[in-house]
Design a protein. Structure first.
Lengths: 425, 307, 279
């Protein structure tokens, strides 16, 4: 036992000693960057490595230590732990909206440093990365992508079901008819990726229901209890009941599987994203660029607005932490990713859409992207999910589960609960 | 049992039957315990105390705390998620007796020295070895509406069950998979080791008396390992209350709706998805009180039965 | 160990059937993970549970090369055994103290240990990290090991305590009367007898530390110092990882605890101490 204890102590000492002599005396500054995208080897990691290399060329006395972290929610757990110990990375990636505002006090205000590039970004994206979404408030992140949702469809399958592949079903009636025809042709009408599909669909419909007034949900001037929302909810319920929304998809716990299924030809339509995963690029690359169609939402006759494209001005972005000892370089890094070459490389590699208007994309080779950009330009509607509190999407999804998946509550109860979520906090 | 062998928790009782001889071993015990106590004090006791304090505050995990008294607890009582979590945790607790009976039974079976009992023990341990993430991923595939289990059911009976999308089925599936079956593997290792420490002579005596498998099990085996059984029940409670998270997260994310939302899951959601750490601490205090109370209660119950 | 069995011959068949059922149920998930790991992403979508029709090593390549799992595996290989050594030391000593020594605070201290086991790990994670950073042990092996041992040893201690308690006190009494110190008793007498339980907690302790996530996630911040389990978690990205890739990574990860288990389980045997107790 004594021998064992001594052995233990020796081994422990060996553990500590090398660490004590950790990196001493560096000529170069190290910029530590935390990221929940860097771990996606097939996705973001490739362009990021490229961009980091370019950055280090430009700043030869800086070494970028880019650390991959797990995604939500572990990512924010690490951020929170770093905040509580007041030490951590120099730069970290965040989701704008509730997440960013919640951590606002550990991010520096970028406004004084970005005056030269601010005008490159869409107003919607700048608003979103400003504290509490207010223009003029401190800007804590510089947006790299914008996000949004819409409905992709497989043109081949449309042809098979005797639907016109160039005329997507725009109205509710047309949509139901299209689902019917797809089903009759033996094609799964809408591939499903867990409850997210319902979540995304509602967000698309809400864009038409409230349009530019959607921010009124925050102060109560517009409510989910208004009749337009009910119409959308009942429509989605009909889709589930009729089996147009692939029921089995709800028992698949991973959203990625829904994406993979549609990309492998497992469905006629799919409610996907606009940016960096499950997007026009992923589907076009797999199904053929000319085979992927897109439309933003479903029009109801008594909705005031039509063909609104729901979008978040900013999807992800980098910010600089208040405890960073290399703030100047960190700010340059953040700008490097959101503007110029950095932004272009990231966008073209992942299919992300940059809110930086100076970054041109691949519209020429991807017809679906062209359509999306037209809608974004003309009919942008703000997404309501990031407007509220941290974890709101999770709560909203649970309520959706209880109506659409388990049938525990009625449509009335659903609407009441859905409204309650945003008023009681 | 011999004089010196006592259940560690028989000591909870103070009374005339005190077997606690007053001769003391001096400070040697404390030296033996020092590493454990120092580590526990720093890394568990201190955070727990911090959590208790923050349960009376509004806090996002760093920065200043805002004292709000009992507000967190009051909000908890009117939170439907809370009541759902109590119900779900209670359902899981019901699987603990099932787990105990099954595990002891199978251990006793293997103890009989069947050919290849070591192999059985090893193979049955594999689910435990795989870990909650793998088991979660695998069962998320099996239990789908179009998964293999449903395919088999459809072939046999013509209809399917919505294991993952029906709240009742989901929570019960978790009970069966994690509480009973995954723990079976570990239980076999543990009970077979515990049975090992028992005087084998009593089994010979029972055989000579003509006892069959069942009466040996009930009248000889179980009493001789009653402390191990007691440990198993306490351990199971702790597992159900505080070690289910990875599995539930991987399988159902606490859903559908609140179908598999347990107290522990609630602690996680409040603390790390919503960053309402004060509120999350209140939940964890409730979790602790429940689990501690039940553990102590059932220990006393078992102790009374064995005396 | 040969002794007459108490099971009737007819029931023997039933027993075997029951055990076979359990065996199949236990091996199915393993088969599934291994099978999935050899499928490509597309094939998995089409064919989730039958054996792969066109097996491929793509997922393994992805996991090991792109996920840099080998580097992380090396870290795990260093940290976990070291942690295990400390863990065993702490649990055996404490278990013996609770199980065989006599002192006034025994009851209360044991209850404290029991109660401290109840808290979910997530709850403690942030505070533990704060402590580690105060001790300037962020990103060190020592920091992680301390956190692991602190969290997992109550359980190991409890198990050792029950086992030591079950041991007849005569063993200790006799040695004490011969003038042996507790330390000597523990080393020469109790530890060899307690081998089955020690092997048990070694298996569990190894597994727990190997698969541990919350503490190591916060403490090990450098890419190069991370464990295998962390490496797999990081591959998840924002929306999750495709099942084949995840399966390949998991197969790589669980190979080691499996080997450890197979090695140690030989020590968890029946009948070893029968002679010792009688004598």
């Amino acid at each position: 036992m004594i021998k064992r204890s001594i052995l233990c102590l020796v081994i422990l000492a060996l553990c500590v000693v090398p660490r004590l002599f950790a990196t001493g005396g560096q000529e170069t500054a190290t910029l530590t960057v935390w990221d929940f995208k860097y771990g996606e080897v097939e996705g973001s990691q490739k362009p990021m490595k490229q961009i980091d290399a370019l950055f280090m060329e430009k700043y030869p006395d800086v070494t970028v230590n880019h650390v991959a972290q797990p995604g939500d929610p572990q990512y924010y757990q690490i951020i929170q732990a770093a905040a509580s110990a007041n030490q951590g990375p120099d730069v970290a990636m965040f989701h704008p909206g509730a997440r960013e505002y919640g951590f606002g006090d550990i991010l520096i205000d970028l406004s004084p440093y970005i005056q030269d590039v601010k005008d490159q970004f869409t107003p919607a994206s700048i608003a979103m990365v400003s504290m509490d979404g207010k223009i003029g408030a401190p800007i804590k992140l510089l947006p790299m992508t914008m996000q949004g949702f819409g409905i992709y469809y497989n043109k081949d399958y449309f042809r098979k079901a005797s639907l016109d592949p160039e005329q997507p079903p725009k109205t509710a009636a047309q949509f139901l008819a299209a689902c019917d025809k797809l089903k009759a042709a033996g094609i799964v009408p809408i591939a499903v990726g867990q409850t997210y599909t319902i979540d995304f669909t509602l967000r698309c419909l809400v864009a038409n229901e409230f349009g530019p007034n959607v921010a009124g949900l925050k102060d109560g001037s517009v409510k989910f209890t208004d009749p337009q929302f009910r119409e959308g909810v009942e429509f989605v319920k009909a889709l589930v009941d009729k089996g147009y929304l692939e029921k089995a998809g709800f028992s698949r716990p991973y959203f990625m599987e829904g994406i993979d299924k549609f990309a492998a030809g497992g469905g006629g339509m799919f409610v996907g994203l606009l940016s960096d995963v499950g997007n026009w690029k992923a589907f076009s690359d797999k199904l053929g660029a000319n085979n992927v169609g897109y439309f933003p939402t479903i029009n109801f006759p008594d909705n005031e607005y039509k063909d609104q494209q729901v979008a978040q001005g900013a999807g992800i972005g980098y910010g600089v932490m208040t405890w960073s000892k290399n703030q100047k370089v960190a700010v340059d890094y953040v700008k490097f990713y959101a503007t110029g070459d950095g932004a272009r490389i990231y966008a073209s590699s992942t299919g992300a859409m940059s809110p930086n208007t100076a970054v041109t994309g691949l519209e020429a080779t991807y017809p679906a992207l062209k359509i999306i950009q037209q809608y974004l330009k003309a009919n942008l509607a703000e997404d309501y999910i990031p407007m509220f509190y941290n974890g709101y999407e999770d709560d909203a999804n649970r309520v959706c589960d209880r109506l659409f998946v388990t049938g525990e509550i009625t449509v009335d109860q659903f609407i009441a609960e859905y409204q309650n979520l945003i008023t009681k906090k | 049992m011999e004089d010196g062998a006592q259940s560690p928790v028989l000591w909870l009782r103070s009374g005339p039957m005190g077997h606690q001889r007053l001769d003391n071993d001096g400070i040697t015990p404390l030296l033996f315990l020092a590493p454990l106590l120092v580590l526990l004090g720093a890394f568990i006791l201190y955070p727990v105390v911090m959590n208790l304090i923050s349960s009376f505050a509004e806090w996002k995990g760093y920065g200043p705390q805002k004292w709000i008294g009992l507000t967190n607890y009051r909000n908890m009582l009117s939170d439907q998620a809370f009541w759902a979590s109590i119900e779900n945790t209670a359902i899981l607790v019901c699987y603990i007796p099932v787990s105990t009976v099954v595990t002891v039974f199978v251990a006793a079976l293997l103890r009989e020295g069947l050919k290849g009992w070591r192999a059985y023990r090893a193979i049955l341990y594999i689910p435990n070895l795989l870990g909650p993430v793998i088991i979660g991923v695998v069962f998320s595939i099996y239990l789908r509406d179009d998964g293999s289990l449903n395919l088999a059911l459809k072939w046999a009976t013509g209809s399917t069950l919505r294991f993952l999308t029906s709240p009742m089925l989901a929570i019960n599936s978790i009970g069966i998979i994690q509480v009973v079956w995954v723990h079976l593997g570990f239980g076999l290792i543990y009970f077979l080791a515990a049975m090992n420490g028992v005087d084998q002579g009593i089994y010979e005596a029972a055989l000579i008396d003509g006892a069959g498998f069942w009466s040996t099990l009930v009248r000889v085996t179980v009493p001789s390992i009653r402390f191990a059984v007691e440990f198993w029940v306490v351990f199971s409670f702790i597992e159900v209350f505080a070690r289910m998270f990875s599995f539930i997260y991987t399988l159902t994310r606490g859903g559908p709706g609140f179908g598999t939302f347990t107290l522990e899951y609630g602690v996680f959601v409040q603390g790390f998805e919503k960053f309402r750490v004060g509120y999350s601490s209140a939940w964890s205090m409730v979790l602790f009180v429940f689990c501690a109370a039940i553990s102590v209660a059932q220990i006393r119950l078992m102790r009374r039965r064995s005396v | 160990m040969k002794r007459a069995s108490a099971i009737h011959a007819s029931s023997r068949v039933l027993v075997q059937v029951l055990l076979i059922f359990f065996v199949i149920a236990s091996l199915l998930p393993l088969y599934n993970v291994v099978a999935a790991s050899f499928k490509s992403g597309d094939e998995f979508v089409a064919n989730p549970f039958l054996p792969p029709k066109s097996p491929t090593l793509d997922s393994y390549v992805y996991a090991i090369i792109s996920g840099r799992l080998l580097r992380f595996a090396v870290n795990s290989f260093i940290l976990v055994p070291l942690g295990l050594v400390l863990y065993l030391g702490v649990c055996i000593c404490a278990g013996y103290a609770f199980g065989k020594m006599r002192f006034r605070l025994k009851r209360s201290l044991f209850l404290v240990v029991l109660f401290l086991m109840i808290f979910p790990q997530l709850l403690l994670a942030t505070q533990v990290f704060k402590l580690i950073s105060l001790m300037h042990l962020t990103n060190t092996g020592l920091g992680v090991i301390l956190a692991w041992v602190a969290y997992f040893s109550p359980f190991g201690t409890y198990i050792m305590t029950t086992y030591f308690t079950d041991m007849p006190y005569e063993l200790v009494e006799a040695a004490r009367m011969d003038g042996a110190s507790h330390l000597r008793i523990l080393v020469s007498v109790m530890t060899p007898i307690a081998m089955p339980m020690i092997a048990t907690i070694a298996i569990i302790g190894f597994q727990s530390m190997w698969n541990e996530l919350p503490f190591s996630l916060l403490i090990l911040q450098d890419q190069s110092s991370r464990t295998l389990t962390l490496g797999i978690a990081m591959m998840r990205g924002e929306f999750g990882l495709g099942v084949p890739n995840l399966s390949a990574a998991l197969v790589v990860a669980m190979a080691v605890p499996l080997i450890v288990f197979l090695v140690f389980q030989r020590h968890v045997t029946l009948g070893v101490t029968a002679g010792a107790i009688k004598g």
